[in-house]
Design a protein around this ligand. Structure first.
Ligand code: SAM
Length: 221
C-alpha cells in the first residue's frame, strides 16, 4: 500500500516487518513497541480498565513482545531508543532513559525504561502520564518524546515502526526532522495522520532543542 505523505512525514499502514526492509536513510529508531503485557496489565484506575479509550480498547497487539526485535531494527538505523526495552533481550548499555510518572497510581509501574545504544549517562525525566484526552490507550506524553530527541540533536531522519497515535512523529516534525512511521491498526494510523497533519501545519516549533543538549558521544552496540 502507498504511504500517506504529510510534509516531511511518510506514514505506512501495515506490519513493520514487511515495510522496514524497503526503507533507507534512517538515522534513529525511536519507538515504543508492544511490551507483551496483555492480561497482566490489570492495575490502574477503574477508568483505565473500563473507560472509553482505556484498556478495553487495547485490542490484541500487546499479547506478546515482537519476535527478534533487535535483529529486525539493527540493519535499519545506527541509533536506537526503545521504550519498554526491559521487556526485550537488549545488549548491555549504560545509556538508559527513565520516565518517572509524577502522577502514577500504586497499581501500575511508577517508571518506564527506554533502552538506547548511546554511550552516555543514564537520565531520568519527571513527567505526568497523559490524561484522558488521548488517541491511544498507551499514548506517550509528547514532552517525553521531545526529551528523547534532545539527546540526538544532529539526527535528521527518525523512524517509529510501532507508531501508535504518532507521538514520536509529532515531536520529530516539531523539531524540523524527517519522520517515517508505521502502524498496523487502522484506527491508530488514522489518529497519527491527524496529529502529524496538525503538527505539520504548526511548522517547526523549536529553533533550539528545549530541554538539554548532552553530547552524543558514540554509538556503542
Ligand atoms: C505501545 S503502542 C505505541 C503507542 C505510541 N507510542 C503512542 O504514543 O501512541 C504500540 C503500537 O504498535 C502497533 N504494532 C504492534 N505490532 C506492530 C507491527 N508488527 N507493525 C506495526 N505496528 C505494530 C500496535 O498496534 C500499537 O499501536
Amino acid at each position: 500500500m502507498n504511504p500517506v505523505i504529510i510534509g516531511d512525514a511518510t506514514l505506512y499502514l501495515g506490519q513493520c516487518e514487511d515495510i522496514l526492509p524497503n526503507l533507507s536513510g534512517i538515522d534513529l529508531i525511536l519507538s515504543d513497541p508492544p511490551y507483551g503485557l496483555g492480561k497482566k496489565m490489570i492495575g490502574g484506575t477503574k477508568r483505565f480498565q473500563t473507560g472509553e479509550g482505556g484498556l478495553k480498547t487495547l485490542g490484541d497487539w500487546d499479547t506478546k513482545p515482537v519476535d527478534n526485535l533487535i535483529e529486525l531494527l539493527n540493519p535499519i538505523a545506527p541509533i536506537k531508543m526503545l521504550w519498554g526495552g526491559n521487556y526485550y533481550p537488549v545488549p548491555a548499555s549504560r545509556g538508559w532513559l527513565v520516565w518517572v510518572k509524577t502522577n502514577g497510581v500504586a497499581t501500575m509501574s511508577s517508571v518506564e525504561l527506554c533502552w538506547t545504544n548511546i554511550d552516555m549517562n543514564s537520565k531520568h525525566f519527571n513527567h505526568p502520564c497523559n490524561g484522558w484526552l488521548r488517541d491511544h490507550p498507551t499514548q506517550k506524553p509528547l514532552d517525553l518524546m521531545h526529551w528523547c530527541l534532545s539527546f540526538v540533536p544532529d539526527v535528521k531522519c527518525v523512524c517509529d515502526p510501532f507508531m501508535g497515535s504518532g507521538t514520536t512523529g509529532v515531536a520529530a516534525i516539531h523539531q524540523g526532522k524527517k519522520f517515517i512511521g508505521i502502524e498496523k491498526e487502522k484506527k491508530y494510523f488514522d489518529a497519527a495522520c491527524k496529529r502529524i497533519d496538525e503538527a505539520n501545519s504548526q511548522g517547526k516549533l523549536f529553533s533550539e532543542i528545549p530541554i538539554s543538549k548532552p553530547q552524543l558521544q558514540e554509538v556503542l552496540l
